[in-house]
Design a protein around this ligand. Structure first.
Ligand code: GLN
Length: 486
């Protein structure tokens, strides 16, 4: 057992008691990151991190700043001043931002220490952790399997215990899906609460900045630090912010379970653990109802998601042309430069999505494709808003399966895929707070639970997640603690 295998809260206690120094933590984090076997890292920030740690060794640890001296990793689509930031794409090879994303700036002000940038699916598009320019990210629980993406490297570094938390981004499920496959807490806030300034935009109406931790308390602590109005983010909410930590828990809730989502899951172990949890929740006094949502509505999530996100991605990434931004390739005209830069710089998945996005946005198709998808999104959100008028939360397994083998195909269009594998995007459609927490294990592979509520009910999500964590008793899970417990 090492201090890095503890939660943020526990490490903070140890720092306060002077049991450990910041530089010890950072040295160990660097050591672990150096020995990474899962292809988790893009750029590293080791020398800077160590320098900063040695400086912090001389300072008094502030009682109320839980992040002081805590090492962390950020997904490589978050701009970091002076550190190469590529978004996992060749088109941004060599790009060194001149500013920090707001979340990075806040963490710096709180003296958390950035160790490295993590690998991801190219420009955060994709869910496998296979499409980034550094190749495939392997699951620390089993190297023949995927952790899932797009925040694959960030999930790995927390699951493998290099750091107690890592930043990610979530447009459809990119934090909450890998959290499920990596046995982690993965959180996406209400749209507009955590600044997206400095995040490479993929699909701005769906993009969220969030993070991975190994406990609900840690997730709540981070939320309190990052939940701030940011004038640089034009979607930043003007609402007053309230603190969520310490968490209360133990409040009786009205919970909805969407029958059609559960019905589309075939794995008996996942279903069994989910049922067990529901029984325990009822025993504690929570009211849990199975409610129906038309299957055709749920089956429309993925098509609507892929059209809207690809259309926005096409537009949001139009600046990567080798002239304004990007790793420029030669050409004798502006058009040729642009063509060569984009042709060589982008991978296959990105190109397919740009084709889809361009098609959806073409004047001739816009009404029937892009605008229709937006209307479908609105219909889905209306249905879930109504549901959340009646219920405090809705829950379901966060993924229908455990981590897949590297070459296992996943895009057959059955109900398991269309419904259970894509329903996490409901929270992106509605801008809802949504968290994945560990629910159980199958053959030594973790799977998670998804908890969702309506906009600005982040505190309710955390409180209830804490209750569930107490019932499930999978706290501070990592490959290290898992192996030790076995
Ligand atoms: N898997 C989804 C996609 O392929 C979600 C990606 C994300 O959330 N960034 O786009």
């Amino acid at each position: 057992m090492n201090y890095l295998d503890l939660t943020i809260l526990e490490i903070h206690e140890a720092l306060l008691k002077k049991e450990v120094k910041v530089s010890d933590l950072v040295k160990e984090a660097i050591e672990r990151a150096k020995n990474d076997e899962f292809n988790s890292l893009e750029a590293t920030n080791f020398a800077e991190a160590l320098n900063e740690a040695l400086k912090l060794d001389q300072e008094e640890v502030p009682v109320d700043n839980y992040l002081f001296g805590i090492p962390y990793v950020a997904k490589d689509n978050l701009s970091t001043r002076g550190i190469e930031t590529t978004g996992g794409s060749d088109i941004l090879k060599g790009y060194i931002p001149s500013f920090d994303a707001t979340v990075i700036k806040i963490l710096k002000e709180n003296k958390a220490i950035l160790i490295a940038k993590s690998t991801l699916d190219e420009l955060a598009m994709g869910g496998s952790g296979k499409s980034g320019h550094k190749g495939v990210q392997l699951n620390p629980y089993d190297k023949t399997r995927l952790i899932g993406g797009s925040s694959s490297g960030s999930a790995n570094v927390v699951a493998a215990s290099y750091v107690p938390f890592a930043l990610g981004s979530d447009t459809g499920d990119s934090i909450r899906k890998p959290a499920s496959l990596g046995g982690l807490v993965g959180y996406k806030p209400t749209y507009g609460l955590i600044s997206r300034f400095g995040l490479f935009p993929f699909s701005v109406s769906l993009d969220h900045v969030g993070y991975f931790t190994r406990s609900i308390d840690d997730a709540a602590i981070l939320f309190d630090h990052l939940n701030k109005y940011d004038e640089k983010d034009y979607t930043s909410s003007l609402k007053e912010r309230e603190k969520v930590f310490p968490l209360k828990g133990k409040e009786i809730k009205k919970i909805a379970v969407i029958k059609e989502i559960v019905d589309s899951i075939k794995d008996p172990t996942i279903l069994k653990e989910f049922d067990k949890l529901i029984e325990e929740l009822k025993k504690e006094g929570h009211k849990v109802d199975f409610v129906s949502v038309d299957q055709s509505v749920l089956k429309a999530i993925y098509p609507a998601y892929i059209i809207i996100s690809s259309a926005e991605a096409t537009s949001n990434n139009a600046n990567l042309d080798g002239v304004k931004f990007g790793n420029r390739k030669d050409g004798s005209t502006y058009q040729e430069i642009m063509f060569n830069t984009r042709n060589e710089g982008f991978g296959e998945l990105i190109k397919r999505r740009f084709i889809l996005g361009s098609y959806a946005l073409m004047k001739e198709n816009q009404e029937d494709v892009y605008l229709k998808a937006k209307r479908v999104r609105n219909v889905i959100v209306e249905i879930f808003n109504k549901l959340l008028d009646e219920y405090d939360l809705f829950i379901h397994p966060a993924s229908p399966k455990v981590a897949p083998k590297i070459n296992e195909g996943s895009d057959n269009l059955d109900n398991t895929y269309l419904i259970a594998d894509n329903c996490l995007a409901i929270a992106n459609f509605g801008g809802y707070p949504s968290i994945t927490i560990p629910l159980g294990f199958k053959d030594n592979l973790p799977f998670g639970l998804s908890i969702n509520s309506r906009q600005f009910k982040d505190k309710e999500v955390f409180d209830f997640a804490k209750d569930c964590e107490n019932i499930i008793q999978l706290k501070n899970l990592s490959v290290v603690t898992f192996k030790e417990a076995k």
